[in-house]
Ligand binder design. Structure first.
Ligand code: MIG
Length: 821
């Protein structure tokens, strides 16, 4: 079935219908008065059911449906109150069959007989339509959408499996899934958001329901997408593009931004479960420095604690904790400590249990007794994170660690994981108290709160840290979360394995996390369960050097997994890639700033940047041979071999003509073949294929050993001649919120090939932050010309390089123009 044809048929009907229905006035008496105009939408009833659809913006609508009585409370853990209060101008439309409205971008129709919803753009293209009436049975509901044959689906966070969700079904129920595999579901996070993409048109759907929910992308029933929840409100948002970037911007507006991270979070991070002693932590840090492997963070996993009790330090194995932190800071390291949420239930002498009990901060069962379950500390109790007061108490627990100088925190086990429990989590008779601005005060079952529990844990941490040190950007790493959780913490994909297949799965998982709002994420580099071969670790480190969070981590009992393991030859390769990440730090950080401002993730599927690249406008990434490729920021394309254990040559497809090889600066030779440009690559362990967009201007810095070190020397701008030539650079102190007070620096760059000459423009600097460079070395690729360049009108000698030209000029931030004739 070619449904894009069906779309066109539907479009004709829709257009004809609207032609004589638009603007005939809404208040006319219609039979039954089953609908009601609202200031920014419409409410329609049929039988006991009512649906209310309102436009929050021209391109974002909210759909709520309920049976009988009153509309459920307007409260949300995920969607910001400001967004829910949004209202766009609408024009009512109606007929005997439909009621609905139009915004500047969308047309929304509800069939009056059965409340089926259709969303179209203003040209009448159907963007989404209900496949049948919504089913509401008991407390459950199920929504069904038509799946056009050429539509593809992304999102739901880091569910495993291919990037495209089509043909698969998923359950959203936060679950500790040690050694999960490709088919394991559910996993750690629940992000009830998906993006559909059909022939260049993207649309997002966010189901704002925290109960156990299901998304079925045509698995149970071909060509029918179904989603629903076991209980709770039927409340979802439709976010229109048409571009994927516009949908990402709309989701960011709804659920909030990923905050700008401290710059060190983008450095190389070293972890393992666990570095058992202070001496070992210092030894690993010293080896990183001695071997000149740039690094920014080192982690303390649970064994630094006394009997695994959160917020304690074992003085036997860490006798001089403060001294250790001081030493590490002196060497440019940041230290991240795990602080699990389970609080040991002990008789006396454990402050968090005592203050938590005194403040009544732990969840109780229906019978009123405090719930306890076994986790790492033994019998443990669990904070009631849906209470503001409890979150404030939890946040306060970080005071001592903050004063001691810890730099970041890791919230693990927050699904929550409970040992020896048949459900691996709390029993469902646990009652959470909702005592929260924006919510009516009440108790809620664990079934309702389970999926937001981890998010509220990381929120308590994030907000607590901000209270303790208001001018330091918090770094929180969480395992479980929910839609909107990006506001508080970065995340990783949990307990993966040291296999080539797991390395391969990393790319679609990080891409889908990014498309689901979690724009800053990583996977355990080298794999968590098991010990990687030297080659696997090397390849993994190469690829991770181009991913947002680059953290080497492994489980207890596995072999060592630091960059030097496996011999000097392997270490040299790994070092080279980590170094490259540091040379690109200004570019990565600029990409992180773009992410926070626009919602576009750092790591991107190709279709996010190039939605129209394919002739038939399908998203490139769904092609089997393109799937391993990904973009880091707008300019770099990384193309690992599809099967890392194979040595066969493979074809890399590029989204447009004229790309450059990042390592040589040479234009990639195009293979004589129809369709998109491809290049054949023979795998070599020491070389990860990376390509640069023609027209990119990529900032690069002299090598440093950590982000604490200020680069010395010129800023390099690599100009890759091509159309749409641009680049930018964003910098600030990397730590504080000074950027909100103007203490940042932004420079925009451009280039143009015109009348046989090349013109490069370094824009005037914006912001008050002082640059670390005084000169800029402009390196031109893909254009060769005279040995002379006019710099702001003054003739200057320019150097010929193997791939083009180079010149070093002063950059005082006032703007400079270079012209080669
Ligand atoms: O039950 O803290 O996913 O990264 O090293 C295992 C120990 C608990 C699970 C995390 C893993 C971490 C480990 N944790």
């Amino acid at each position: 079935m070619n449904v894009c044809k069906a779309h066109q048929a539907m479009r004709k009907i829709a257009l004809a219908f609207l032609f004589f229905l638009l603007n005939i006035g809404f208040m006319g008496a219609m039979a039954g008065q089953d609908f009601r105009a609202l200031k920014n939408g419409v409410e329609v009833s049929s039988g006991a059911e009512t649906v209310r659809v309102v436009a929050l913006r021209d391109d974002v609508v909210r759909v709520r449906m309920w049976r009988g009585g009153e509309i459920p409370e307007d409260a949300s853990w995920a969607v910001l109150a400001e967004a829910r209060a949004g209202a766009a101008p609408t024009t009512a439309v109606k007929s005997a069959e439909f009621a609905g409205f139009e915004t500047a971008k969308l047309r929304v129709l509800i069939r009056r007989s059965d409340l089926r919803l259709t969303v179209m753009d203003r040209a009448g293209n159907v963007l989404q339509e209900d496949a049948r009436a919504v089913e509401m049975r008991g407390t459950e509901f199920r929504i069904a959408k038509v799946m056009p044959a050429e539509e593809h689906y992304f999102g739901l966070g880091d569910k495993a499996g291919p990037l495209d969700r089509r043909g698969q079904a998923f359950t959203l129920w936060n679950t500790d899934a040690y050694q999960w595999q490709e088919s394991t579901d559910p996993l750690y996070k629940s992000i009830p958001f998906y993006m559909s993409f059909c022939k260049g048109r993207a649309l997002g759907v966010l189901l704002d329901n925290t109960w156990r929910s299901q998304f079925d992308f045509g698995k149970a029933k071909a060509n029918t997408l179904e989603f629903g929840a076991a209980n709770g409100p039927l409340d979802y948002y439709v976010i229109y593009g048409p571009t994927p970037k516009e949908v990402l911007g709309g989701s960011r507006w709804l659920t909030g931004a990923t905050p700008l991270p401290p710059m060190w979070a983008l450095g190389y991070q070293q972890s393992r479960y666990s570095y058992m002693t202070e001496a070992r932590v210092l030894e690993v840090a010293a080896k990183l420095r001695a071997d000149r492997i740039p690094a920014d963070a080192i982690y303390l996993d649970i064994d630094y604690q006394v009997k695994n009790r959160p917020f304690t330090v074992d003085r036997e194995s860490f006798p001089d904790f403060a001294g250790m932190l001081k030493k590490l800071h002196g060497e440019g390291f940041h230290v991240v400590a795990i602080t699990d949420l389970h609080i040991a239930k002990v008789d006396a002498g454990y402050a968090p249990y005592e203050s938590g009990t005194a403040g009544d901060h732990f969840v109780r069962k229906e019978d009123g007794t405090v719930f306890w379950g076994k986790v790492w500390p033994g019998p443990s109790v669990f904070p009631d994170f849906t209470r503001q007061q409890t979150r404030d108490w939890w946040g306060g627990l970080y005071g001592e660690f903050e004063r001691a100088g810890l730099d970041g925190y890791w919230n693990d086990m927050n699904e929550p994981a409970v040992f020896e429990s048949p459900t691996t989590t709390m029993s469902e008779d646990v009652q959470h108290r909702i005592e929260e601005p924006g919510f009516a005060k009440r108790t809620a079952s664990h079934a309702e709160i389970h999926n937001v529990y981890g998010m509220e844990n990381s929120r308590a941490t994030y907000e607590g840290l901000l209270k303790i040190e208001p001018d330091v950007r918090p770094f929180v790493l969480t395992r479980a979360s929910f839609a909107g959780g990006q506001r508080y913490a970065v995340t990783w994909t949990g307990d993966n394995s040291s296999t080539w297949n797991h390395l391969r799965m990393t790319t679609p998982m990080l891409e889908n996390l990014g498309l689901s709002g979690f724009a800053l994420s990583g996977a355990d580099v080298g794999g968590y369960a098991g010990t990687p071969t030297a080659e696997l670790l090397t390849r993994w480190m190469e690829i991770a050097a181009f991913q947002p969070i680059d953290r080497d981590h492994t489980e207890k009992g596995s072999g060592d997994q630091e960059p030097w393991v496996g011999g000097a030859e392997q270490e040299a390769i790994r070092r080279r890639y980590i170094e490259e990440r540091y040379r690109l730090m200004a570019y990565l950080y600029t990409t992180a700033e773009e992410m926070t401002r626009t919602g576009v993730p750092m790591l991107r599927a190709l279709f996010v940047e190039f939605p129209d690249a394919a002739v038939d406008r399908h998203p490139l990434d769904v092609d089997r041979d393109i799937a391993p490729e990904f973009l880091m920021g707008p300019e770099l394309l990384i193309a690992p071999q599809p099967y890392g254990e194979k040595t066969d040559a493979y074809a890399v497809t590029l989204p447009t003509e004229g790309w450059y090889d990042y390592w040589t600066g040479q234009r990639v030779a195009r293979m004589a073949k129809a369709g998109l440009p491809t290049v054949m690559v023979t795998p070599e362990l020491a070389r990860l294929p990376v390509y640069v967009r023609p027209g990119a201007i990529v900032p690069m810095a002299p090598l440093v050993q950590s982000t604490e070190e200020r680069p010395v020397g010129p800023l390099t701008l690599r100009v890759y001649a091509g159309g749409d030539c641009r680049g930018s650079l964003y910098q600030d102190d990397g730590k504080s919120f000074g950027y909100r007070r103007g203490e940042y620096l932004r420079e925009e760059f451009g280039c143009e090939v015109k009348d046989g000459g090349l013109r490069v423009r370094i824009g005037a600097r914006e912001g008050k932050y002082a640059a670390w460079w005084k000169t800029v070395r402009v390196e031109v690729y893909g254009w060769s010309g005279a040995g002379r360049v006019m710099v702001d009108g003054k003739p200057t000698a320019s150097e010929k390089t193997e791939q083009g030209l180079a010149v070093t000029v002063a950059d005082e931030g006032k703007g400079t123009e270079l012209v080669w004739q």
